[in-house]
Ligand binder design. Structure first.
Ligand code: T4K
Length: 383
């Protein structure tokens, strides 16, 4: 992007036009456009290979994938322990599945579930733990696993942000009992709209398939009350193209994230929510937290807006503060998450963002700072 154009928080990765046209050409011959066609099957296979998981089911979007993942365990009541520092989808998926969310606070270092508090929240009503690898930061999966095993409850990860990440060398799709990925246009890997569930027990596939396609098992048999959440062939074709370029995209994001790190690390009053040790990141978001003293999140946000830079307050408000949940949940029970919601700003990060744009954004962040800090920030850094 040129340095004077407006900068969005993210921008969809797309293949060359000709590459996509070539990928969809066969659809004019087959006229098979949806309902688990050839491209759907190919993408499922290629994603299993890329994510190193034997079990994966595609969906029309991440949210329906998450609802299906939750519902595939078959609970019709009970509590699900989760985080309020997330997109609307996570809490809505639990509620729309007829279950009761119970909110756990988060770790101030990376925004993932606070495992000490998680342990204290499990009761005999708990049927599931639903943590979020927020911003692509992998949760403390070892502690969560130990708690889940002790109380014998399944763990379904919202891995919407975590496509392609690994923890201690293990691919994110192999963590927990199931994981949901979002392939929305704004994600590291996109199929325009789309999503997937990876799962440990191969027996879960049947449930997921029923939920995805009206419960249909044959031309004249319907065995469950499922919905419609099928990924179509044009979406699958976009996925097949984007998957060819994903490693290159993640590498570009890494270079940009490193530049942010260099430019912001010398600046007092701001820190980046970094993934824990052992995580190989996909650099999906750049969550910066402002201390409210040296730098205030809302001032920085306004300054960036004025400079044509569209940072976003992901995730503010907490889902517990949504109007639709008024009088039902209380965000005072998760003070760390509440503090982050007041102080976090996700700065622009996408594969074709220019390094110069990162400098322009960091200059705008620092513009509210004292002259001393500006000198520190202006120190040239190696690229
Ligand atoms: N769980 C979590 C933790 C999630 O974050 C999400 C989705 C889900 C579950 C559910 O997955 P999906 O059902 O969505 O697959 C966006 C996305 O719509 C949403 O997918 C995402 N999380 C959330 C964090 O962000 P908005 O309303 O903030 O997006 P919007 O339309 O303001 O777009 C942001 C920027 O992205 C634009 O300024 C420009 C760029 N953009 C947007 C679109 C739509 C593009 O470059 N191309 C596009 O097509 O929600």
């Amino acid at each position: 992007m040129s340095t004077n154009e407006p900068i969005p928080v993210t921008r969809s990765s797309m293949p060359d036009f000709d590459e996509y046209v070539e990928e969809i050409r066969s659809l004019w011959g087959s006229r098979w456009l949806t309902n688990m066609g050839a491209k759907h099957r190919q993408l499922e296979d290629e994603l299993c290979t890329y994510l190193k998981t034997p079990n994966l089911a595609l969906f029309s979007n991440g949210h329906l994938a998450l609802e299906a993942a939750i519902q595939s365990f078959g609970f019709d009541s009970g509590e699900v322990i989760t985080t309020p520092l997330t997109f609307a989808s996570t809490t809505h998926a639990i509620v729309r599945s007829g279950l009761e969310p119970v909110f756990c606070d988060v770790d101030p270092a990376d925004g993932t579930l606070d495992v000490q508090m998680l342990d204290s929240l499990v009761t005999d009503k708990t049927v599931m733990i639903l943590p979020v690898h927020v911003y692509g930061n992998i949760c403390d999966v070892d502690a969560i696993d130990a708690i889940a095993r002790r109380y014998d409850v399944p763990v379904v990860y919202d891995a919407a942000h975590a496509f392609g990440t690994t923890y201690k060398g293990v691919g994110v799709a192999n963590l927990g009992d199931a994981s949901m990925f979002s392939f929305h246009a704004t994600k590291v890997f996109n199929t325009i709209e789309g999503g997937a569930v990876s799962f440990r027990d191969p027996g879960l596939r049947r449930q997921l398939d029923l939920l995805k396609n009206f419960g249909i098992t044959g031309p004249e048999t319907v065995e469950a009350v499922g919905g419609n959440a099928k990924l179509n062939e044009f979406q699958a074709a976009m996925g097949l193209c984007n998957l060819r370029h994903i490693d290159e995209d993640i590498l570009r994001r890494k270079v940009l994230a490193q530049q942010y790190g260099r430019r912001l690390s010398g600046l007092e009053g701001v820190r980046i929510l970094e993934p824990r040790h052992g995580v190989q990141s996909n650099f999906s978001y750049l969550p910066a937290v402002f201390d409210g003293v040296q730098l205030t999140r809302d001032d920085v946000f306004e300054r960036l807006q004025t400079a044509g830079i569209n940072a976003r307050k992901y995730f503010s408000p907490l889902t517990t503060d949504y109007a639709c949940y008024r009088d039902r949940f209380d965000s005072r029970s998760t003070p760390v998450a509440a503090g982050l919601a007041q102080s976090v700003l996700t700065l622009p990060l996408f594969a074709d963002l220019a390094l110069d744009d990162v400098d322009r954004i960091c200059d705008a962040v620092a513009a509210g700072h004292s002259a001393d800090d500006m000198v520190k920030l202006a120190t040239p850094c190696a690229r």
